[in-house]
Design a protein around this ligand. Structure first.
Ligand code: MG
Length: 372
């Protein structure tokens, strides 16, 4: 099981129209895919999303020399070492080594993890609501309507990047076009203080079926989250940027959240990610993964959600939804998963059960150009 080759595929795709959230606009999408191959020909894919020049240099000068010749079955040890250097790369390597082990065992990832509770998982359509156009509200409403026509019944939209008046105008326009059967999550991207958050809660409580209010305040203000959660009838969600279970723990211990949103790319390894899901369950908390930035990592979120014990007495078939990027993102096609009626089927083949579109990797290959 010695690792003999590692291929890297840095990907870059400029967007036809910028879009964004309270943190600013995106002009491009990037991804760094890589394939780890063992001497017996077993292979596994990994993914990291970060600044490509740094990843490229990091892989060439440190990660590849470190991994070559090592035994791929030493998953935890290898990932823990890399985690000391770079959290996100460790998460990507962890995906690749998981796939290699599943292939070695001739099992699907879910079977390797003890079996799946369900053969499909629900998803929600995740929007980046802002664009530089004066007509951004109109564009946002149009995008939401297109996605509803495709059968999505859960969506997430952004606030916090415009004035409260404009954001409210946007939400009201959305409430006008969405039926009561469409649940809406609102993401504030840590933009507000406690009093403004309460003002939003008052508006949202009387408006529409709200799935959750996501990260309205900076996530390090745990006391404010405790106060908010005590008074809000809308579930409070967050945690996408937590880098370890150790960072997640205080949120759970101090009752800051109703829904934990870990990201498989941020937690330094797929095992640590799964640990965070289990820990949430131990505290009786729901889990709806954050998975906007990666395609392979989203697939691992699907596997983990398929294998997750139901929350309380929830029907085994039902499980909390996974984030599905519905914005322009050419990398979505790297993995052939087709959502239907707000759900996505869990691949059951050996390893990750799907093939990465290698032609697409060539098409979007980053040529070293500078991007901002
Ligand atoms: Mg968010």
């Amino acid at each position: 099981m010695n690792i003999t080759r590692i291929e890297t595929y840095p990907l870059y795709a400029p967007l036809t129209q910028p879009y964004g959230d309270a943190n600013g606009y995106k002009n491009y999408r990037t991804s760094f895919m890589f394939r780890i191959i063992t001497e017996s020909g077993l292979e596994g894919w990994g993914e990291v999303v970060d600044w490509l020049p740094t990843l490229d240099k990091g892989f060439r000068e440190r990660i590849i020399p470190f991994l070559l010749g090592r035994d791929a079955t030493n998953h935890l040890k290898l990932v823990n070492t890399i985690k000391k250097w770079n959290q996100r790369i460790a998460a990507g390597v962890s995906m690749a080594l998981t796939e290699i082990l599943a292939r070695k065992a001739q099992l699907s990832v879910c079977d390797l993890w003890g079996g799946s509770y369900r053969n499909a998982v629900p998803i929600y359509a995740s929007f980046q609501s802002y664009s530089p156009s004066d007509e951004w509200i109109k564009s946002s409403v149009q995008l939401v309507q297109e996605v509803m026509a495709e059968g999505y019944n859960k969506i997430k939209v952004k606030i916090g990047g415009k004035t409260e008046k404009e954001d409210l105008q946007h939400l009201r326009a959305l409430f006008d076009v969405t039926e009561d059967t469409v649940g809406m999550a609102i993401d504030g991207n840590e933009s507000y203080d406690l009093s403004t958050t309460f003002q939003w809660i008052k508006i949202l409580e009387s408006s529409h079926p709200i799935l959750w209010f996501e990260e309205p305040m900076p996530m390090n203000q745990i006391n404010d989250y405790q106060l908010l959660r005590m008074k809000s009838t809308i579930p409070i969600a967050g945690g996408e940027n937590k880098k370890s279970v150790k960072e997640v723990l205080p949120l759970l211990q101090q009752g800051a959240l109703d829904i934990l949103q870990p990201d498989p790319m941020h937690l330094g390894g797929i095992e640590e990610y799964r640990h965070s899901l289990q820990l949430a369950r131990t505290f009786g908390i729901k889990v709806s993964p954050h998975s906007f930035d990666g395609i392979l990592s989203r697939l691992y979120a699907i596997f983990a959600q398929a294998c997750l014990v139901p929350w309380s007495k929830m029907n085994e078939e039902d499980i909390e939804p996974i984030e599905w990027d519905v914005m322009e993102n050419p990398f979505n096609r790297l993995i052939p998963l087709q959502p239907s009626a707000g759900k996505v089927r869990v691949p059951t083949g050996i390893g990750i059960g799907v093939s990465i579109d290698v032609e697409l990797l060539q098409k979007y290959s980053w040529k070293g150009e500078i991007y901002h």
